[in-house]
Design a protein around this ligand. Structure first.
Ligand SMILES: [Zn+2]
Length: 313
């Protein structure tokens, strides 16, 4: 199948428009019907373009048929929604996603040597571009844990001196950069830790036409942390990237911001609170509805207060 069969958008077009318009397209991860519907509702309400992201583990969790069935059945406007593979770790998984009908794929070769990263990124781009599918690659390593396939103890910032050659050799459509964000809910030791805007500025200067991507960019709203802990959870010291830092990054060519942890926190917070209040509830729809509402509200908040992508379709 091809992404156009599902009415999906070309990711590069969404990102190029964002780069020229000075805003970011939100890339929200989903892993079931509830998270998908919640994100689409937020996009509809804010009239924002959205990239729906599926990680390798989310693809395994849902299975190919269920995932693409959900996409086929979802209600969204054409020209607004892209479907993206987040952190593909091999040529084969990227090819698989292209063949399923994704409109873009990320090949994450950040753990490889530079020459292997270039080699496989290029191979992925050559295959994907045959079908007008866009490619995101990564230079530099993000610390933290996204899932069992994507984790690192170390943080290596992207070297601005390498980006121009990397983009040229791989023909990548967008580039994920490491400037101090990390995966997971525990991103910062303190509120004051800053992203490396000096590095970002040099990267943007060296590849001014390439949309840049920020992973590990959840802001981890403290209201969710407090609520989860209040209703039986234990996730002390969870901390994200301050919205002001993200807005500044957008001014320096960050045009795709990945948000996963925030939706997980919104979901968990709503489920814990609902179950604590409604002791006799056994119908999952009761607490899943609250979870969907919480994700939609959070996505709307981030679109309006961080991304600036509302009314950009
Ligand atoms: Zn990531």
């Amino acid at each position: 199948m091809h992404y156009s069969d599902f009415g999906l958008s070309n990711t590069k077009k969404l990102l190029t428009r964002a780069l020229n318009g000075g805003y970011a397209v939100p890339a929200f991860n989903f892993y079931n019907m509830e998270t998908l519907i919640a994100i689409l509702r937020a996009a509809e309400i804010t009239q924002s373009p959205v990239i729906l992201q599926v990680s390798e583990s989310a693809l395994t969790y849902m299975g190919d048929e269920i995932l693409m069935g959900l996409i086929r059945g979802a209600k969204y406007k054409r020209g607004q929604i892209a479907l993206h593979l987040d952190h593909g770790h091999s040529f084969e998984i990227c090819k698989h996603a292209v063949d399923l009908g994704f409109s873009s794929v990320m090949f994450d070769g950040s753990a490889l040597s530079l020459s292997d990263n270039i080699k496989i990124s290029k191979r992925v781009a050559e295959y994907a571009h045959k079908f007008d599918v866009s490619v995101e690659t990564e230079l530099g390593v993000l610390a933290g844990i996204e899932d069992e396939n994507t984790k690192s103890d170390t943080q290596n910032y992207t070297d601005p001196a390498l980006v121009k050659d990397f983009v040229k050799q791989t023909s990548t459509d967008s580039l994920a950069v490491a400037i101090g964000t990390s995966h997971g809910a525990y991103k910062r030791k303190s509120e004051n830790e800053k992203l490396r805007f000096d590095i970002l500025k040099q990267i943007a200067t060296n590849i001014p036409k390439t949309p840049l991507v920020l992973h590990g960019a959840s802001s981890i709203p403290q209201k969710f942390v407090k609520n989860i802990n209040k209703f039986g959870g234990d996730i002390k010291n969870a901390r994200g990237i301050a919205p002001a830092q993200l807005r500044k990054a957008i001014q320096l060519h960050i045009t795709k911001i990945n948000v996963d942890s925030d939706s997980r926190m919104a979901f968990t917070s709503a489920v814990r609170e609902t179950l604590a209040h409604e002791k006799t509830a056994i119908d999952p729809r009761k607490y899943l509805t609250k979870a969907m509402d919480a994700i939609t509200a959070n996505c709307i908040d981030e679109i309006q207060n961080i991304m600036g992508s509302g009314y950009k379709i």
